[in-house]
Design a protein around this ligand. Structure first.
Ligand code: ADP
Ligand code: ADP
Length: 231
């Protein structure tokens, strides 16, 4: 598994008085699920985007699998980290299959393998591939689009998953199945998963550890669900 370490990480956006992320020190152990919970605006998404190198910290260091994130080739990072977000972020002009196949296509898998993997991933998120592969994102509900976003994040089998409220619009039954699936990916394949949610019950179910962020964009508590519930 891949360990992720944040050391004194701060992010300031231009024209913002308070830092969005303020001096965060955190070790996300290899092969664990770490869940970030906290109020809107406390820097959860910013932290995910820094790990994924969509933005750079203003100061501090992020290490992924022992390497400084800034030194990792962007293509290697794309292969190594699956990212799914609340808004799904699908390409509107691409079919569902093409959306799921984005990273496998970029890294040069052959057509047969991509087709098989795409269908497998759609099945995994509970979307019948025969019914959905040739549709476009706008033809799907918000929850279905999120599920395609999850399928896309998993498609290239990355060792790390960053999931920013990935199930917010997903119906409760499917959400439970997807939560179980994530826990299976962790226990059987040793994936390191960073998961953001507003839902404390979801955090307790999924998390090996929970990072509780406060309004000051700092980590208030970082511990097992049992220890946090005991406090
Ligand atoms: P994003 O992370 O994409 O910016 P937000 O953090 O703004 O999204 O929150 C998404 C939705 O969740 C918003 O409609 C917001 O009102 C709601 N929300 C934010 N914080 C909480 C919370 N602590 N508990 C429940 N719902 C929340
Ligand atoms: P969360 O995901 O916990 O809701 P965010 O990381 O989205 O929090 O935002 C943290 C803070 O940074 C908020 O005050 C937000 O308004 C601010 N922020 C986020 N993105 C930007 C941006 N691109 N430019 C300026 N400020 C931003």
């Amino acid at each position: 598994g891949v360990e992720i370490v944040l050391e004194s990480v701060t992010k300031r956006y231009p024209n913002q008085k308070q830092p969005a992320v303020d001096n965060v020190n955190l070790t996300i152990p290899a092969g664990e699920i770490v869940v970030f919970v906290g109020p809107s605006g406390c820097g959860k998404t910013t932290t995910m985007r820094m790990i994924n190198r969509l933005i750079e910290p203003s100061s501090g260091t992020i290490t992924i699998g022992g390497k400084d994130a800034l030194s990792i080739d962007p293509n290697e990072l794309r292969r190594g980290i699956g990212y799914s977000i609340q808004q799904a972020g699908l390409f509107p002009h691409l079919t569902i299959a093409k959306n799921v196949a984005t990273v496998p296509g970029l890294i040069g898998w052959d057509k047969q393998k991509i087709k098989a993997r795409t269908d497998e991933m759609l099945d995994l998120v509970g979307l019948d591939p025969d019914m959905y592969r040739d549709r476009y994102p706008r033809q799907l509900s918000g929850g279905q689009q999120q599920r395609v976003g999850v399928a896309r994040a998993l498609a290239a089998d990355p060792p790390v998953l960053l999931m920013d409220e990935p199930f917010g619009a997903v119906d409760p039954i499917t959400r439970g199945l997807l939560q179980d699936e994530l826990m299976r990916l962790q226990s059987e394949l040793g994936k390191t998963i960073v998961f953001v949610t507003h839902d404390f019950n979801e955090a307790v179910k999924l998390g090996d550890r929970i990072a509780v962020l406060g309004n000051q964009s700092a980590i208030m508590q970082y511990d097992t669900p049992e220890a946090i519930l005991a406090n």
